[in-house]
Design a protein around this ligand. Structure first.
Ligand code: SF4
Length: 722
């Protein structure tokens, strides 16, 4: 297919100082959990986007010194020659695809807890971090300022040596340069504090020094937050950001413009629950109005019409994407080829970000099961090897996210015939109703993308309105059987806090309900007063609270945890979720677990009350968001009752289960489960995942011998001096 001419503007080249981007697509700095210490995972991850058409790709935040150590989170690091070598692999691979490589030089100040390096971070003023716990910086004197500026210069020189085309002097998300610019962080009374000119001095000098150090063949990028949403003391657009842009515009080759500070950075990495795409555009346009340099900016861009409009209207020069590039590294190429219905659109769930917040590699993605798996499992998001056992028919029972993904990948791997059988009248499983929860409309893309892809596959047949029992499966005629029957919310209050059911919890009663019943079956929530028992800790309890409160119910949200939906802190949804529920008048009851549910009341005790004093909450209805259970009856019957021998006699060579049917987890994990099995359906034992490549140091025996000898010598010296 040909590109739609209205998208031509997206494929114009852009000059960034001495470098040229071949089009307007830029992968913004974003974390992936690989840093500099998993160099091949890092390189393959970024290179996939370059292969998919991105004209430039950046590292995540890249620490310039052990003083800027974000452990337990994973940043890139450019501290020494080893880091140069490791990051040069990424640069080389990007260059092979004709993309520019960018490095986001980062000094975190008080936001760097330095748990590995045990250094003391420096900052404009000695105020602890508003993001980390118990992280105090050292207040910088003039010598400190010169020392840290030299760190930027040295790191920039190393970045250039690694092969980076663009180096950042990164300030936004409340990092050091922007801390100097912002009265919230900068309480100084010397020439680095007070007036705008003084507060801008550190950043301006640092940009000047970095620019002088890297010469005229490396572009300088500056990433600035134009509004921290912190009121008077925070960075403000008119007072701080625009005058700063005007002050240093002559030094900068490209502006990277966003919003927010670090403590609520979900205002920038916006969950779709609260913001549509292009949310930052007014601030980006404001910078563009005072700058003579190209402006790039994020906005969770997935819609090429909106991208083209942002460029044509003069608000933006370069479409910068983070999450849409994770969800679909081939976004530019698909737009270029006019294959818009093949775009795997980001749903704005921020599960990718949750992994960084938790601190563990790799990044994962709800939509793209291959994200983070490019090197370690060798997975490509768009290419699939024909299966060695493609001459088989596969029966996939259940068309939820896992079953759809599995059927789609099996179809793309060329299986003779894939039969996707579903008891309901359409595909989607729980994802048919989850997008109907408040704010989650974009999550429907999980189903929509797969539906379109499945429809294109001639060897995949969708069979709705068909509930297969074990006999039906055995006699179906498929050689491979995959059960993907999902999960259900416990109807008896079974939960991970008490590891027990709740007396009186029985969802067959009219006043006790589960999420499946409310959203999937339309069971009426009786009365006005509703108690939601949430032992799950993610989106379901709070989403139902919002829905029912919006419908006029008086909602009490009770959890055994210290606060509601703690996982939403990792997805950056928590602050606005709290605001919303507070505004709706939802009562929050933390640290409580029901001891019994009665008609008209929920009786509960504080989880730390050793004497178990009970209190009662009026409840016309009680909603059980306690835990999910695998819907495994069919699988158990096939395996335990019919038995594998009897199945083999019917011609079934193998039986597998995937997704929530195996264990209820994140939607991303259910999708991964279906994808993984389909990728490995021809492995020696598809039930067991193939080992993935690990990037770890395996010491050379000679190194071990040398280190032990050194240690023994040291111990001997210590013994003598003692
Ligand atoms: Fe988008 Fe969610 Fe994937 Fe992140 S995890 S890229 S927000 S779909």
């Amino acid at each position: 297919m040909a590109r739609n001419p209205k998208h031509d503007i997206l494929f114009e080249p852009v000059q960034i100082g001495p470098k040229t981007m071949k089009n307007r697509f830029y992968q913004i700095p974003h974390c992936n959990g690989f840093g500099s210490e998993r160099p091949l995972s890092q390189a393959y991850f970024r290179a996939m986007k370059a292969e998919g058409g991105y004209a430039a790709c950046c590292t995540e935040y890249c620490s310039i010194s052990p003083e800027s150590d974000d452990t337990h989170r994973v940043s890139a690091r450019i501290w020494d020659d080893g880091d140069i070598r490791n990051l040069s692999i990424m640069c080389d691979m990007l260059h092979e695809h004709g993309a520019l490589a960018a490095c986001e030089l980062w000094y975190g100040g008080p936001h760097a807890p330095c748990m590995e390096s045990r250094c003391v971070p420096r900052a404009p003023s000695q105020i602890p971090s508003d993001f980390e716990y118990l992280t105090y910086p050292k207040e910088m004197d003039k010598d400190d300022i010169r020392a840290v500026q030299k760190m930027y210069v040295d790191a920039a020189v190393r970045a250039r040596a690694a092969g980076f085309d663009i180096v950042y002097v990164y300030g936004s998300h409340s990092y050091l340069p922007q801390q100097f610019l912002t009265p919230y962080y900068n309480h100084r009374t010397d020439e680095y504090g007070g007036s705008l000119e003084n507060r801008a001095r550190f950043w301006r000098e640092t940009i000047e020094q970095v620019k002088a150090a890297v010469g005229d063949d490396t572009a300088i990028a500056v990433r600035i937050s134009t509004d921290m949403f912190l009121g008077e003391p925070g960075t403000q657009l008119e007072r701080d950001a625009l005058p700063f842009v005007e002050l240093v515009d002559h030094l900068v080759d490209v502006w990277d413009v966003n919003v927010s500070g670090i403590s609520e950075w979900g205002e920038d990495a916006t969950p779709s629950r609260f913001y549509p795409q292009g949310r930052q555009l007014p601030w980006q346009a404001a910078v563009k109005s005072v700058s003579s340099k190209p402006v790039l900016g994020v906005g969770r861009w997935t819609n090429p019409d909106l991208m083209a409009e942002a460029i044509e209207s003069g608000k933006l020069d370069i479409i910068a994407t983070c999450r849409p590039s994770i969800s679909d590294p081939f976004l530019p190429q698909k737009i270029d080829e006019g294959r818009l219905d093949d775009i795997r659109e980001c749903i704005g769930c921020n599960i990718c970000i949750s992994r960084w917040e938790i601190g563990g590699p790799p990044l994962i993605c709800t939509q793209n099961a291959t994200a983070g798996e490019e090197y370690r499992r060798g997975w490509h998001p768009e290419r699939f090897e024909p299966a060695a056992n493609a001459d088989n028919d596969v029966l996939v029972v259940g068309a939820g996210p896992s079953g759809m993904e599995c059927a789609m990948i099996l179809g793309k791997r060329g299986m003779r015939r894939v039969h996707l059988v579903e008891a309901q009248d359409d595909m989607g499983g729980i994802m048919r109703w989850i997008p109907e929860l408040p704010g989650l409309g974009e999550w429907a893309r999980v189903v929509n993308y797969r539906k379109i892809q499945l429809d294109k596959l001639k060897n995949v047949e969708f069979i709705p309105n068909t509930r297969l029992d074990a006999k039906g499966v055995a006699e179906y005629g498929a050689e491979l059987v995959i059960v993907a029957t999902g999960s259900y919310w416990a109807t008896d209050g079974l939960n991970g806090a008490s590891h027990d059911t709740i007396p009186g919890a029985d969802a067959s009663l009219p006043y006790v309900l589960t999420p499946d019943q409310i959203m999937g079956e339309g069971k009426e929530v009786p009365g006005e007063k509703v108690v939601i028992v949430d032992n799950d800790g993610y989106f379901m309890g709070v989403s139902l609270a919002e829905k029912l409160a919006t419908e006029g119910k008086h909602v009490t949200l009770m959890t055994h945890l210290g606060h509601i939906a703690p996982y939403m802190h990792f997805t950056l949804e928590a602050p606005n979720m709290h605001r919303k529920l507070h505004k709706l008048g939802v009562d929050i009851v933390p640290y409580h677990l029901p001891t019994r549910i009665e008609q008209g009341a929920v009786v509960a005790a504080h989880v730390y009350d050793e004497e178990g004093h009970e209190a009662s909450w009026e409840a016309d209805a009680t909603v059980l968001v306690t835990q999910r259970r695998s819907n495994e009856a069919l699988f158990r019957e096939l395996k335990d009752v019919v038995g594998l021998d009897a199945l083999r006699a019917e011609g079934v060579q193998a039986l597998y289960r995937i997704g929530d049917c195996e264990a209820p987890r994140l939607i991303a994990d259910a999708v991964f489960s279906g994808h993984r099995l389909a990728r490995e359906i021809d492995s020696p034992n598809p039930e067991e995942p193939l080992p993935f490549k690990r990037e770890r140091r395996v010491p050379d025996p000679a190194d071990v011998e040398r280190d032990v000898a050194e240690l023994l010598e040291r111990r001997a010296r210590e013994a003598v001096s003692a």
